[in-house]
Design a protein around this ligand. Structure first.
Ligand code: P1T
Length: 379
């Protein structure tokens, strides 16, 4: 089955009860048993729920994995991966990453005795120096949030395999429409399904997808034992979102390209971060591991003025000033004061998250309206 067919049919079957074509929302916490243990495969909805299972099968299918797991948020999915570790273990992580992920690593898991090395991974040769016998996980976000750095998944997976370390890739920005990390050698794919997978800014959800059975079993154990699952209504919504992922992503990519090119020719703009530019430092890697460049674009204005950046995001009328990304509607954010405010200023500035940085999630509206909005907003 090819990708566009998978988004609609992958891992799906008509509901066995009445043949319903769309998986019903099984809004139940529990399931009747005829005798203790005498049930139809479902006993309690933290452990299994048919609507969530339908979604988990779809997730596995679109990421070319064998097992999918859905969680109550992207961060709870990451949290489940971290629970594979124990005190004394070390993690090598991308230094430019979602602020909430950084906060989870440094404010929660460092206290549990896990050591994190945050490094720029644009040059994959740099990683090996940080790997010790205690390293158990390499955490990669690509493209990174918000600087749009591109990390070479194949190269890093070779290093991970050589040292017997798990490689997890946060595939939120690219989605499997553009990039399939398991095919590139990753062990775990993670998503904030809140974003492109859901696609309509109406659900908060996370996902993990793996190929390996033992790893899947460990993660299912954590999912059930820790309990950060998502509900059936949200599972239904994300399953519905996935069915149009391919056509939405196609338009996100088309609009993202026009916005990136418009900004790069704008006299008041200093830098535009978008992996589709030939002069993006890892454009060649983006070309090799992604099928297009996505709908996320970040930029800075000349003079790096905080107040001016705030004014620009306030001026926007069709782009909504809001946290999050990946929905059909265009959003704009100011990472330094919003999504990445939990990273200390000196740390975030090292990776380029300066005061004038603005991040756009380019939606699927008419591109002329989006360009006109940017034109009137940029001062
Ligand atoms: O918000 P949540 O569903 O818990 O997902 C966290 C997360 C993980 N990984 C990436 C790459 C993300 O972008 C996010 C969430 N990001 C935002 C809310 C944001 O505006 O960047």
């Amino acid at each position: 089955m090819k990708f566009n067919t998978k988004t609609i049919h992958g891992g799906q079957q008509h509901d066995p009860a009445y043949g319903s074509v769309v998986p019903p929302i099984y809004q139940t916490s529990t399931y009747a048993q005829s005798t203790p243990g005498g049930h139809k495969g479902y006993e309690y909805s933290r452990t299994h729920n048919p609507t969530r299972n339908a979604l988990e099968s779809a997730l596995a299918s679109i990421e070319n994995g064998n097992y999918g797991l859905a969680f109550g948020s992207g961060l709870s999915a990451i949290d489940a991966v971290l629970k594979l570790l124990k005190p004394g273990d070390e993690v090598v992580s991308t230094n430019d990453l979602y602020g909430g992920t950084y906060r989870l690593f440094t404010k929660i898991y460092e206290d549990f005795g896990i050591k994190f090395h945050f490094i720029g991974m644009e040059n994959s040769n740099k990683i090996e120096a940080y790997i010790t016998p205690d390293t158990k996980l390499i955490w990669v976000e690509t493209p990174t949030n918000p600087m749009m750095n591109i990390i070479d998944i194949v190269a890093i997976s070779k290093i991970a395999k050589k040292h017997n370390v798990l490689l997890a890739v946060d595939n939120t920005f690219a989605t499997p429409y553009l990039q399939r990390p398991l095919d590139l050698g990753a062990d775990i794919v993670m998503h904030s399904a809140t974003k492109y997978l859901g696609g309509h800014s109406d659900v908060v959800m996370g996902a993990l997808i793996v190929e390996n059975k033992d790893l899947a079993e460990r993660l299912y154990f954590i999912q059930n034992a820790s309990g950060a699952i998502c509900g059936p209504q949200d599972s239904f919504l994300v399953l519905r979102g996935i069915k149009t992922l391919h056509i939405r992503m196609q338009r996100h990519c088309e609009n993202g390209r026009v916005v990136a090119e418009y900004l790069s020719n704008h006299p008041k703009i200093e830098n535009v971060y978008w992996p589709g530019f030939k002069n993006h430092p890892n454009h060649h890697i983006a070309v090799s591991q992604m099928d297009d460049f996505g709908g996320m674009v970040s930029f800075t204005t000349k003079g790096n003025n905080y107040d001016k950046a705030i004014k620009i995001v306030e001026n926007l009328k069709i782009f909504t000033l809001a946290e999050s990304l990946g929905g059909v509607e265009s959003l704009a954010g100011h990472p330094a004061s919003m999504t990445h405010a939990s990273i200390p200023k000196e740390e975030r500035e090292k990776t380029g998250v300066v005061d004038s940085l603005i991040r756009l999630s380019v939606g699927i509206e008419d591109i002329d309206d989006l360009i006109a909005d940017l034109k009137q907003a940029i001062i």
